[in-house]
Ligand binder design. Structure first.
Ligand code: GDP
Length: 426
């Protein structure tokens, strides 16, 4: 992919020269390889499917060794129906270290006895999902510690899901389980005991399973096909994908073919099914995918896609929880409510102030009115008193005149013109 990064501002000179003498870092890939070989490779895979579908046999056939013991009789407290008629799903881990030509492979095989054995299996997938999640959680926790040099990888790198060879289509139990796990694990569905079906049935069954998987939007693990891969790798990967879902047969038993070869297989009155023959079944394709060509890719995909997805979703959810607390503080509804209350308080205060001003004005007016009323009253009283005084004065004068009028008349002693006296009297 072309790099779009800008060159840094500082001047960095890249000198490409052939060395005159051997320094030794060309050995790095070898060192890495030796270290891997010494440490060994590892693979954690889960095997899920109803009892009796040949899971134990197939795992042992894959490693050509009895890595898994035949399903033991359940302990007294195991596989016992609880009062609701359910058989609990147990999670069991079997460790096995196998070696081939000095190369070690550490296996962790996780089995799920009890899956699909209840009358009502609607919750059968839960313990399986819990187990996958818990393994992610442990990895996340270990990875977050300060000393991360040794983070044990217990994550499930692949889940082999065994489909009953009904030749019809997937059952709801299959769909529920696959839907519950497909985003957490590299899912590899296989048709169990495919020797119980004829070729045409297998072909039709494969097509229906693929159609169901597509319809249910279930992702199954597919080897990556890169443009720059060599032709052989591309052809191999494409032919593996083309044979999906693998129809497998398991057996550790040696049988003799009609042409006298001794092979691992199953004998029938009509002939022999060879486990390791790609024309008879897909066992070799499954082994190719799981161990020979795509083991590292399964681990890479677990680490880079599935775990990353789990981790970021988990951290995001934690973040959302945290944010939720903060969010509550800044909740728009609460904020709106607060603003409304504030606004109402402001209005109430303004109203109270206006009322107070109004009251004050009213009382001032009242006082003024009262004052003017008192003034009027006083003036009225004053005028009344004045008038009373004048009336009294006039009354006195009238009485005086009346008195003078009643006295006997004397003749005038002077020659004061009558007119003037008369005028005065009137
Ligand atoms: P598990 O319960 O799923 O682990 O199944 P087992 O591996 O214990 O097998 C249950 C029975 O099915 C045994 O009798 C096996 O021999 C038989 N069996 C296992 N694999 C196959 C197979 O591929 N084809 C046939 N026809 N039978 C098988």
């Amino acid at each position: 992919m072309a790099s779009v990064d800008k060159a840094p501002e500082t001047d960095i000179k890249i000198i490409r020269r052939k060395l005159n003498s051997f320094v030794g870092f060309a050995n790095l890939p070898k060192q890495w390889h030796r270290k891997s070989v010494r440490r060994g490779f590892s693979l954690n895979f889960m095997v899920v499917g109803e009892s009796g579908l040949g899971k134990t046999t197939l795992v042992n056939t894959l490693f050509n060794k009895e890595v898994l013991a035949k399903a033991a009789e359940p302990e007294e407290d195991e596989n016992v129906e609880n009062p609701s008629g359910e058989i609990p799903v147990r999670i069991e881990t079997t460790k096995a270290e196998i070696e081939e030509d000095g190369v070690k492979l550490n296996l962790n095989i996780i089995t799920t006895p009890g899956f699909g054995d209840s009358l009502n299996n609607s919750e059968s997938w839960k313990p399986i999902v819990d187990e996958i999640d818990q393994r992610f959680d442990r990895y996340l926790e270990a990875e977050s510690r300060v000393n991360r040099s040794q983070v044990p990888d217990e994550r499930i790198h692949a889940l082999l899901y065994f489909v009953e060879p009904t030749a019809h289509s997937l059952k709801s139990l299959d769909i529920e389980l696959m839907k519950a796990v497909h985003q957490k694990v590299n899912l590899i569905p296989v048709i169990a005991k495919s020797d119980t079906l004829v070729d045409e049935e297998i072909q039709g069954f494969k097509e229906r399973i693929l159609a169901d998987i597509e319809h249910q939007q279930i992702s199954v693990f597919e080897p990556s096909v890169y443009d720059n891969d060599d032709e052989e790798t591309v052809t191999n990967s494409k032919s593996l994908i083309g044979a999906y879902p693998f129809a497998v047969v398991g057996s550790l038993n040696e049988v003799t073919t009609p042409d006298g070869r001794s092979v691992r297989g199953r004998s029938y009155p009509w002939g022999t099914i060879e486990v390791d023959n790609g024309d008879h079944n897909d066992f070799v394709r499954l082994r190719q995918l799981l161990i020979r060509s795509n083991l590292e890719e399964l681990k890479e995909s677990t680490n880079e896609k599935l775990y990353e997805n789990y981790r970021s979703t988990k951290l995001l959810n934690m973040g959302i929880e945290q944010d939720h607390t903060v969010f509550k503080e800044f909740d728009p509804m609460t904020k709106q409510e607060e603003e409304r209350a504030l606004h109402e308080a402001k209005l109430a205060k303004m109203e109270a102030e206006m009322k107070a001003v109004f009251q004050q004005k009213v009382s001032e007016k009242e006082k003024k009115l009262q004052r003017s009323e008192a003034d009027l009253f006083a003036r009225h009283k004053e005028m009344k008193e004045k008038l009373m005084k004048q009336i009294k004065l006039l009354e006195d004068k009238k009485a005086q005149l009346e008195k003078q009028k009643s006295l006997p008349q004397e003749p005038p002693v002077s020659s004061t013109p009558q007119k003037t006296r008369k005028g005065f009297l009137r």
